[in-house]
Design a protein around this ligand. Structure first.
Ligand code: DAT
Ligand code: MG
Length: 134
């Protein structure tokens, strides 16, 4: 497996709760490399673009309200198998089901407010990195 780049984002709940450093620290301690970072507000157009696969889902209105509710911290991380390694460090989508020791498992309880986003594959990583850093 080769070096990969992936897109990671601390969502508004993570920023509000002062967990940006905690998230960065976990990826750094794993051995991944922080390549790019920016803080920004996501507006409705950007949310619909980034979450295009979810726009028709019943939970999208809640997701839209949440992801536009405050600043996020967007990042590019690199490393061996970075896409799946980051997903494993994040834990399951629903924090109630996420294993202790993962970011979502240690810090979350609500599926909407699940602290972090991470690309789910190499193609989505390329797409998302282009949206936020292209
Ligand atoms: P992930 O963020 O683990 O890749 P996803 O891409 O399926 O999960 O969904 C994107 C976000 O949408 C997820 O982080 C939280 C929200 N979400 C997903 N499924 C949901 C559901 N059943 N109810 C409410 N929110 C949901
Ligand atoms: Mg996803």
């Amino acid at each position: 497996m080769a070096i990969q780049n992936t897109f990671i984002m601390v969502k508004p709940d993570g920023v509000r709760r002062g967990l940006v450093g905690e998230v960065i620290s976990r990826f750094e301690r794993k051995g991944l490399t922080l390549e790019k970072i920016r803080k920004l507000d996501i507006d409705e157009d950007l949310a619909r673009h980034h979450y295009a696969e979810h726009v028709e889902k019943p939970f999208f209105p809640d997701l839209l309200e949440f992801i536009t509710s405050g600043p996020v911290v967007a990042m590019q991380w690199s490393g061996e198998s970075a896409v799946s390694v980051c997903r494993d460090l994040m834990g399951a989508t629903d924090p109630k089901a996420a294993s202790p020791g993962t970011i979502r498992g240690d810090f979350g309880l609500e599926v909407t407010e699940n602290l972090v986003h991470g690309s789910d594959g190499i193609e989505s990583a390329e797409r998302e990195l282009d949206i936020f850093f292209g």
